[in-house]
Design a binder for this molecule. Structure first.
Ligand SMILES: [Zn+2]
Length: 447
């Protein structure tokens, strides 16, 4: 396939905007990039996709999400409103995840991936929970991902909150899926070893996770999203969450510590020293009223901070915009969280994190040899747009509706705003059928 008449935003080490360029795609890779006219002459037989002067840029990457949370949309939560994050877990997420069946897991993943495709998000790192449908649940996530052609890294959140048997089943599900990928590697699928959070796992379970994790695999765990995680760790182990996780071998260059809102300076230093990834989700932090991690300081300390969505919409530019605005308000300082800080997380670090799971070719950059994960953006700037001021055009100008075409692994997933790889209305209709039953099971948990 030859993409012609594109204004290419390359990202990568030195971001460039190349006007009137073309891309040759063979298999799942970009094999050539050059002026459109030259490539058209050189490859006259190639199937042509005319970008019509749109911006063509690498697909968005999401560092942390929860497909399983899809049915929370519009769901009534009984009783008085949750007063803090621990109550949000107890009233919303924990009874909801217990209500999920394998089919719910599959359909929840599908609806999230349609949202991702519609908004140019081509790689997502998921953190899954369905305590009453554990075994095989990651296969359901993976099935939806491979059918729809989106890159997904999977893991199951191990937790003690539903008893020892389900904690062990969670460990087994992680190991089973990791072994499955080792036996049958697939460039669209990745895996980490999931743990819910320090506050829901005992020392015995943490030790069991450490013993079970196969070589070369990292962990994916929520860290200090609310103060209660730190208080729990102090009570249980006499030390902070990050210290506790380090002691149990959970940190490292393939592990993701999610949120880190309430960590202290020493914990920041440990995350930097162990080369652990941190993922930041400002929309979720605002919604849960938990505060904001001081991620600019983390980055200054050498921590690799990424941007996720925590199960909010897969419209990653909304997360960009929120990050840009939230830190200014939180700190009452308009100098906080500049455009380049957002780019550092969402582009540079997310691309490097994605390579942990999809190492076969570069991601998050347009260059020969890279995976052909792309989106077309129909944006018409009325002020000059350069590689230098692009972040501010993206934050103040780009709109999710501008994304017209999404390509992952060299396959067109959406063209001219029509999703080609799935029947959107059928999947949404199935979601409405299934979620009504899920909501009924959820409500019964309060009776
Ligand atoms: Zn999360």
């Amino acid at each position: 396939m030859l993409i012609k008449n594109a204004n290419i935003i390359t990202w990568g080490e030195e971001n460039r905007i190349l006007e009137g360029y073309g891309l040759l795609i063979r298999g799942d890779r970009i094999t050539a990039m050059g002026p459109s006219g030259l490539l058209e002459k050189e490859y006259p037989q190639e199937e042509q996709v005319d970008a019509g002067g749109q911006y063509v840029m690498p697909g968005n990457i999401c560092a942390h999400t929860h497909f399983y949370g899809a049915y929370a949309r519009g769901m009534a939560i009984p009783g008085s409103a949750a007063k803090d994050f621990p109550e949000i877990l107890e009233k919303l997420w924990w009874p909801l995840d217990k209500s999920l069946t394998q089919e719910d897991v599959y359909n929840s993943t599908q609806v999230c991936l349609i949202d991702a495709i519609r908004h140019g998000t081509t790689t997502l790192i998921d953190h899954h929970a369905s305590p009453y449908a554990i075994e095989g649940s990651l296969d359901e996530v993976a099935r939806a991902a491979t059918e729809m052609g989106v890159r997904v890294s999977c893991c199951y959140e191990v937790t003690d909150r539903d008893g020892q048997e389900r904690a062990s089943a969670g460990i087994a599900e992680n190991v089973r899926f990791i072994e499955r990928l080792k036996t049958a590697p697939n460039n669209l699928l990745g895996a980490s070893f999931g743990i819910h959070a320090s506050l829901t796992v005992s020392d015995v379970t943490l030790e069991a996770c450490r013993k079970a994790v196969p070589d070369g695999i990292g962990f994916h765990i929520h860290v200090a999203e609310h103060e209660v995680d730190e208080y729990d760790s102090m009570t249980k182990s006499g030390t902070h969450v990050v210290d506790r996780l380090e002691k149990f071998g959970i940190l490292g260059p393939k592990s993701i510590a999610v949120h880190c809102v309430h960590i202290d300076a020493r914990e920041v230093e440990i995350l930097a020293r162990t080369d652990t990834w941190v993922s930041h989700q400002p929309r979720s932090n605002m919604n849960n009223g938990v505060g904001l991690g001081n991620v600019e300081a983390f980055m200054r300390a050498g921590v690799k901070v990424c941007l996720g969505n925590d199960g909010f919409s897969n419209q990653m530019w909304d997360e960009w915009k929120t990050a840009y605005l939230a830190h200014k308000l939180w700190n009452r300082d308009p100098r906080r969280m500049g455009g380049y800080d957002v780019v550092k997380m969402a582009i540079e670090n997310n691309a490097k994190l994605a390579q942990v799971f999809f190492p076969a070719a570069p991601l998050g950059v347009i260059e020969p040899g890279a995976f052909a994960d792309l989106m077309f953006v129909d944006y018409h700037p009325y002020t000059e747009l350069t590689a230098g001021n692009l972040p501010w055009h993206m934050i103040f100008g780009f709109s999710n509706g501008d994304i017209t075409t999404t390509i992952a692994a060299g396959k067109i997933l959406m063209k001219d705003r029509k999703v080609l790889v799935a029947d959107e209305s059928e999947i949404a209709a199935r979601g409405r059928e299934l979620s009504i039953k899920t909501w009924e099971r959820y409500q019964k948990r309060f009776q």
